[in-house]
Write a protein that binds this ligand. Structure first.
Ligand code: SF4
Length: 179
C-alpha cells in the first residue's frame, strides 16, 4: 500500500486516479494543521472525503492533531519562506504514518499542484524519508492538472480560493482592504 498525504479534495482527484490506474493500492492521509481557519479545514476535509468515496480510497483523518499552533511555531520568523517548513511538517508526519500503517512508502498531493514549490515539496519528502526510513515515492502529477480541475468541477468538489494558511488567506484578500 502507498500512503498519499492529501491536502484537499481537488488535488487528490488526479493523484488517486493516476496511482489506482497504475495498479497501486492507495490509502489517504489528511494531516494539515496549516489550514486556517478550522471551518476551512473542515470544508477541505469534506471535499477530500467526497473524492475518496467516489474512488474507493480509505482515508485516515488526523483530526485530533489539528492544531494551528503547531504550524505557526514551525514557521515563526520564517513567514516569507514558510512553505518549506510547512511541507516538512506535513510530510514528516506522513512518513511516520506510512511507517505506522506498514505502507511501502508515501507520497503527497502537493506534487500535483502547479501553485506549490514542486522542488521544495520533493526535498521535504526526501528528507522525511531519510528521517524515518520509509520510501518517498516521487512522481510529477502536474501533467494531470487540467483534467483534475475539470473533474473536480464536474463532481462539484469544493475548490479553495487560497493555499491554506493564515498568511496565504491574508495575501489573497488583502486587496479588498486597499480598495
Ligand atoms: S502558502 Fe501554502 S504551502 Fe505555504 S505555508 Fe501557507 S499553507 Fe503552507
Amino acid at each position: 500500500m502507498l500512503l498519499v498525504h492529501a491536502c484537499c479534495g481537488p488535488c487528490a482527484v488526479t493523484v488517486f486516479q493516476t496511482l489506482l490506474a497504475g495498479g497501486e493500492r492507495v490509502a489517504g492521509f489528511y494531516y494539515n494543521p496549516n489550514i486556517h481557519p478550522l471551518t476551512e479545514y473542515l470544508r477541505r476535509r469534506e471535499a477530500l472525503a467526497l473524492v475518496a468515496g467516489r474512488l474507493g480510497v480509505a482515508v485516515t483523518f488526523a483530526d485530533s492533531e489539528y492544531d494551528p499552533t503547531v504550524f505557526l511555531r514551525q514557521t515563526a520568523f520564517r513567514e516569507k519562506d514558510r512553505c518549506a517548513p510547512c511541507y516538512a511538517l506535513r510530510l514528516d508526519r506522513a512518513a511516520l504514518e506510512a511507517k505506522r500503517q506498514g505502507a511501502r512508502g508515501f507520497t503527497t498531493t502537493l506534487l500535483y499542484s502547479k501553485y506549490q514549490n514542486h522542488e521544495a515539496v520533493r526535498a521535504a519528502g526526501e528528507e522525511a524519508s531519510r528521517a524515518h526510513g520509509v520510501a518517498f515515492v516521487y512522481e510529477d502529477f502536474r501533467p494531470g492538472w487540467d483534467e483534475g480541475v475539470r473533474l473536480s468541477k464536474e463532481w462539484e468538489i469544493y475548490r479553495q480560493p487560497y493555499c491554506g494558511c493564515i498568511y496565504s488567506e491574508f495575501e489573497r484578500y488583502r486587496k479588498k482592504l486597499l480598495r
